[in-house]
Design a protein around this ligand. Structure first.
Ligand code: LLP
Length: 398
């Protein structure tokens, strides 16, 4: 890739997404489920760029959303309403109402209390709400605690007992139609056996519900497939799919999975320019024009992202840091880079997932520009945020 030309054309910091790689990842996963009816609902939170969503919709993908904003993004990008799932522990009345009016595939319930609200709102609208229940199977996904979601100490989903109560109520309700069952236990899993364990637990409940004449059509195993940032094991997709298929043996249901990171993580990079090299006595810092507001993962999770310099030379240890006034504003610590000068480029790898979507305006820094590379051609898919963009909601009040 001609990073120099891209930096010249679009400036930095710049998010670059490889649409061909996104397609390849999508198709690789879809193929593993060929034996059964399946739907890949891409997790919009990983990267919600509209053109990227349009690309996935064109491949036949559905969408896993966690706010009404994400639902509307997916629809705006050409996603089919009937392939949209809406999860989240705290949906507001307004969000529930909009989701029902948009007639999406299902609202994924995360508490008994939420079911009562959905029922009430569906009644007001004179609709029957298609729902699923997010089961928290109390399985340890063995990942970073901030992205672990499948234990009872986490706020997500409901226990098996609570789920049973919700299904029994929904089954009898004139305003609820239980069509799905769901679990998602965590993200960036190198070992996917906990997902299989969860699928088996949820599948037993599915069997029980069917015996009670509750006709669940969708079996949703969530997301979580890990990727390689450094030297992590990448889960074997064949074993992943076979494990889920085996858990569902003898039961007819459409399998849904909700990959985010797997589809876009290694399809994206963040291109940044060196502003200065500086030294505080013995400590070497490379100050770049991207910061924690562009890519929060290193600061928030101490996540590792490989950084490649487009230059040779003798390497020495340094921290790569941004211009934000926080000591936690770093993109890498203690990595080896050659001597760099103002204007040299660095590529931050594996930045396609939870990169731009977690970016902010902290320090009144505009969000980066975003481009797609497809069949060797580059195109702008997200304008760099201007000062005017950032003050739009406040300006009229001064
Ligand atoms: N489905 C549900 C219900 C989820 O909560 C998530 C992610 C996914 C699917 C997609 O998971 P994935 O396939 O991407 O692992 N910001 C963190 C990740 C948070 C994940 C939250 N939920 C990070 O930067 O690592």
């Amino acid at each position: 890739m001609d990073y120099l030309a891209l930096a010249k054309k679009y400036k930095t910091p710049l998010y670059i997404y490889d649409f061909d790689h996104i397609k390849a990842q999508y198709e690789k996963l879809k193929r593993e489920f060929n034996a059964r009816k399946s739907l890949i609902c891409y997790a919009v939170k990983a990267n919600s760029n509209l053109s990227l969503l349009k690309h996935i919709a064109a491949l036949g993908g559905g969408f896993d959303c966690v706010s009404i904003g994400e639902v509307k993004r997916a629809i705006l990008a050409g996603g089919s309403n009937y392939k949209i799932i809406y999860s989240g522990v705290g949906k507001s009345d307004e969000e529930i109402k909009e989701a029902l009016n948009l007639d999406i595939l299902m609202i994924n319930l995360e508490s008994y209390e939420e079911m009562l609200r959905v029922e009430l709102i569906a009644k007001e609208l004179n609709k029957k709400a298609r729902i699923s229940v997010r089961v928290n199977p109390n399985v340890d996904p063995k990942t970073h605690p901030y992205i672990s979601t499948g234990l009872h100490k986490n706020k997500f989903g409901v226990s098996i007992d609570e789920a049973r109560k919700i299904y029994l109520h929904a089954h009898k309700s004139d305003y609820l139609d239980p069509v799905g069952i769901h679990s998602h236990i965590g993200s960036q899993l190198s070992d996917i056996s906990p997902v299989i364990e969860a699928a088996n637990i949820v599948s037993s409940l599915l069997k029980e519900l069917r015996a009670a004449d509750i006709d669940i059509k969708f079996f949703d195993v969530g997301g979580g497939i890990g990727i390689r940032y450094k030297d992590e094991n990448e889960p074997n997709l064949y074993e992943y799919a076979q494990g889920i298929l085996a858990a569902l043996k003898g039961q007819d249901a459409t399998i849904i999975c909700e990959p985010g990171r797997f589809i876009v993580g290694n399809s994206g990079e963040l291109l940044t320019s060196v502003l200065y090299e500086k030294r505080n006595t013995n400590k070497r810092f490379v100050v770049v024009d991207a910061a924690m507001n562009d890519l929060l993962r290193p600061s928030l999770y101490e996540a590792y992202h490989e950084i490649v310099a487009l230059k040779d030379g003798a390497k020495s240890p340094c921290d790569v840091v941004g211009p934000i006034c926080e000591s936690g504003d770093f993109l890498a610590k203690d990595i080896e880079l050659p001597r760099l000068e103002h204007g040299d480029l660095l590529v931050i790898k594996s930045a396609g997932a939870y990169g731009y979507s977690m970016s902010s305006n902290y320090n009144t820094r505009g969000r980066a520009a975003q481009i797609a590379i497809e069949s060797g051609k580059d195109r702008l898919i997200g304008q760099r945020e201007s000062f005017e963009d950032m003050i739009r909601n406040e300006k009229e009040f001064i």
